[in-house]
Design a protein around this ligand. Structure first.
Ligand SMILES: [Zn+2]
Length: 286
């Protein structure tokens, strides 16, 4: 199972989230039959969303991330819960583009920069909170760092990556989010700036090693692990939930649907199809 390692360093002036999400992204890849660039774009988004999920406090709270930069991939969507459950999808599953110069998967290119990253938090209160920022590079990591800074006033170093194998399976995936706490000192910031310059891409680190605590101690000698959380790709849809969704539609739309013999609804997160017949509606029609 994929895991998120939460720790602290520099006398609690820094909070560190390391997510190892190879299995999570592999499950997303299999669910959606993702080609490499689509897998990298969705996988990066899911990995950061997973961390944002466990950052939530309340049991039933959720965070929804939506990214659309006008590029070929369309909208990327990820929903994460505070218990580590994550699901998502993207508009085009079959993208395989690389940058010519670096041979890296061209995530920024397929995402685009003409649009927004928006985050909606459902904190189980009356209102949901949505905030959005303009996309910076479409490479996802930069965009989330900008979001944390501007929308949540939380300066971070955010590094996220997905490596895809030649058979399209996921070789490594994860993210590292280093958050500077509000009471950080000048020397902490200097230390982090210096570290950011030398930081190896997190997907490379996760491909090579599995001694995460040692790795984090190399970054921060006084690193202290606080908590290890599970995270996974899973969809919580059900026929009942889709039915409830249909019932929220305007009456005339429902009547129109009922002109057909059966109604088929496909879940975008897990590709499951649910079929509704008139019998399903009988109760309500009365
Ligand atoms: Zn589903």
């Amino acid at each position: 199972m994929s895991k998120i390692y939460i720790g602290t360093a520099r006398n609690d002036k820094v909070r560190i989230y390391l997510a190892e999400t190879k299995q999570l992204v592999e499950d997303a890849r299999k669910t959606h039959d993702l080609y490499p660039t689509s897998a990298a774009a969705l996988g990066r988004t899911l990995s950061v969303a997973a961390v944002m999920g466990v950052m939530l406090k309340g049991e039933r709270e959720t965070v929804t991330v939506s990214i659309n930069g006008g590029g070929a991939i369309g909208t990327i969507m990820a929903v994460a819960k505070s218990n580590g459950d994550v699901k998502g999808f993207c508009g085009d599953n079959e993208l395989y583009l690389k940058y010519n110069d670096s041979n890296k998967l061209a995530v920024g290119m397929v995402v685009g920069t003409d649009g927004y990253l928006s985050v909606t938090k459902d904190l189980q209160m009356k209102n949901k909170y949505t905030s959005q920022v303009a996309l910076r590079t479409g490479e996802i990591g930069d965009d989330f760092a900008y979001y944390f800074m501007v929308s949540e006033q939380r300066p971070t170093i955010t590094s996220v990556g997905v490596l895809v194998d030649t058979d399209y399976s996921i070789k490594s995936a994860g993210c590292l989010i280093i958050e500077v706490m509000p009471d950080a000192l000048e020397e902490d910031i200097v230390y982090l700036e210096d570290m950011a310059k030398k930081l190896e891409p997190i997907s490379n680190v996760l491909e090579k090693r599995d001694d995460y605590e040692n790795y984090l101690k190399e970054l921060f000698p006084d690193y202290k692990m606080l908590e290890i959380r599970n995270t996974r790709y899973i969809c919580d849809c059900s026929k009942k939930r889709f039915f409830e969704g249909i019932m929220t539609l305007p009456k005339k739309d429902i009547k129109e649907l009922l002109l057909k013999d059966k109604i088929e609804v496909r879940c975008e997160f897990c590709d499951k199809t649910y079929t509704f017949t008139h019998d399903d509606f009988e109760e309500c029609l009365k």
